[in-house]
Design a protein around this ligand. Structure first.
Ligand SMILES: [Zn+2]
Length: 281
């Protein structure tokens, strides 16, 4: 059995409510694994891969050449859409809005049917095929962020959902102080698609590599309320393990705010993300 399928079986059992020991027993049956040594070697191999999430690995799944060309043209079109609507609005833009903008503005140009088919395929394919085992909170490519449900957070260029996410962020600001900043909030299907496609492009079409550090569209909890924080002045290093060495991180940990969604050594195919605040359970 391929290691990918093995992990699919393990995660299926864990999400299904079993404890790890039960998961091991059940998975052993599913995967035809007979010894704890087999199990250990699969897990060890997986953890090794996740620690080196940004490298190419043997079993990684790639786009074919034709799809890669479509990926390229979609990225360019998304970039023109973003330039047209502005960076802030792009965070909230729905799939239908993007199609409309592309059609109405000559400088963007309408999406070709091949591009639309490609975007739908990326959205609807079961991401566990290429190694991502997280939950998919957004089920439809046309799901939209309602403007009245979100608030723009001053000085960040980002939005947060009203209610618990905003309350949580305000509480964090009150408790931790001026050093903590929102680094990424609400992301629509289009925004997440753009981020994921860019990462896949930089990974030369490697979907598995991209999904180890960025949830595929539909799978991101940024779509329903989670958000990222960082320390002011740390810049892009806020999205690296360096963040765990900051005062802000330590304060957040001590105050119990960091209920981390993607923990160190998780089995969901996602790297450790200590900056990601889990709002939804
Ligand atoms: Zn995040």
């Amino acid at each position: 059995m391929k290691r990918r399928d093995f992990l699919k079986a393990v995660v299926g059992v864990i999400i299904g409510g079993g404890f790890v020991s039960e998961a091991l027993a059940a998975t052993s049956t599913i995967a035809g694994i007979t010894t704890p040594e087999d199990y250990d070697s699969h897990i060890k191999d997986y953890l090794q891969k996740m620690r080196h999430f940004n490298l190419h690995h043997e079993e990684d799944v790639h786009l074919d050449w034709k799809e890669f060309k479509l990926l390229e043209s979609c990225i360019k079109r998304f970039r023109r859409v973003q330039r047209t609507v502005g960076h802030g609005n792009f965070y909230l833009l729905s799939f239908d809005d993007a199609i409309r903008i592309a059609r109405n503005y000559q400088r963007v140009g309408r999406f070709s049917s091949a591009e639309l088919e490609f975007l739908e395929k990326i959205f609807y394919v079961d991401a566990s095929h290429y190694g991502f085992f997280g939950v998919k909170p957004l089920k439809n490519i046309t799901d939209r962020v309602q403007k009245r449900q979100v608030l723009k957070v001053p000085y960040t260029g980002n939005y947060l959902y009203r209610g618990l996410p905003t309350e949580t962020y305000n509480k964090i600001k009150r408790d931790v102080g001026d050093k903590v900043i929102l680094t990424s909030g609400v992301r629509s299907v289009i925004k997440q698609s753009f981020l994921f496609l860019n990462k896949t492009y930089r990974s030369k079409g490697n979907l598995s590599l991209a999904s180890r550090s960025l949830a595929p569209p539909g799978y991101s909890y940024h779509g329903i309320g989670d958000f990222d924080v960082g320390q002011v002045g740390l810049g892009v290093a806020n999205f690296t393990e360096r963040f765990t060495t900051t005062r802000v991180y330590k304060q957040l940990m001590n105050l119990g705010y960091l209920k981390i969604r993607y923990t160190q050594d998780n089995l969901l195919g996602v790297r450790f993300e200590p900056w990601h605040i889990k709002v939804n359970s």
